[in-house]
Design a protein around this ligand. Structure first.
Ligand code: TMP
Length: 209
């Protein structure tokens, strides 16, 4: 059985990732592929319980290092119980956020030592790495406006513009450092334009159609 493909969606707040993820999943399923759509933090019952802890409460409820460890506890459970078994049976996995969000939010934004994060990636994820990462780029002012219009402000949305600018830069650094894995998507266009850019990246890199 050939291993499935693993695609992750990354970017700051309000970049339209979730809408685009749904559209991509529909297109892949229309081709007859088995697709597992999932998200982080969360995606398995244990990881969803950790999500509740880490996303709710005051902005300073957890330090960046504690957040990093909580994200990796959730991620390990999600990888062990959902992602790795799906890839092993040949399914495609499309995940809303993954390890790059920890690099950007807890690392670039929060100041966690990149060496700690790199070591967690190596020890906790092992072979389970994305084949393709779509990084949705949008100016933080626009993204935060969209996220606030959506309602239900969460811990990371309340951290202020400077934090979100660092996040954006953190994601751009990842895209530049790993161009073979990452495709940068301009998320400022219309939903249909962004969908076309997503499809073209997926088809170019993973030859689906
Ligand atoms: P979202 O589901 O709206 O994208 O919210 C998830 C939030 O969790 C978002 O603010 C980013 C944050 N997050 C991290 O800070 N680190 C991580 O590793 C992940 C996966 C998410």
């Amino acid at each position: 059985m050939t291993r499935g493909r693993f695609i992750t969606f990354e970017g700051g707040e309000g970049a339209g990732k979730s809408t685009q993820l749904k559209r991509l999943v529909e297109r892949l399923r229309a081709l007859g592929l088995e697709v597992v759509a999932t998200r982080e933090p969360g995606g398995s019952p244990g990881a969803e319980a950790i999500r509740e802890l880490v996303l709710n409460g005051a902005a300073d409820r957890w330090s960046p290092v504690t957040e990093t460890l909580l994200m990796y506890a959730a991620r390990r459970d999600h990888v062990e119980r959902v992602i790795a078994p799906a890839l092993a049976r040949g399914a495609w996995v499309v995940c809303d956020r993954f390890a790059d969000s920890t690099r950007a939010y807890q690392g670039a934004g929060g100041g966690t030592d990149p060496a700690l994060i790199a070591s967690l990636e190596a020890q906790v994820l092992g072979e389970t790495r994305p084949d393709l990462t779509l990084i949705f780029d949008i100016p933080p002012e626009t993204g935060l406006e969209r996220a606030q219009a959506r309602g239900g402000e969460m811990r990371f949305e309340s951290k202020g513009l400077a934090f979100h600018q660092q996040l954006r830069e953190g994601f751009l650094v990842i895209a530049r450092a790993e161009p073979e894995r990452c495709a940068l998507i301009d998320a400022t266009g219309s939903i249909n334009d962004v969908e076309a850019a997503v499809w073209s990246a997926v088809d170019d890199r993973l030859a689906v159609s």
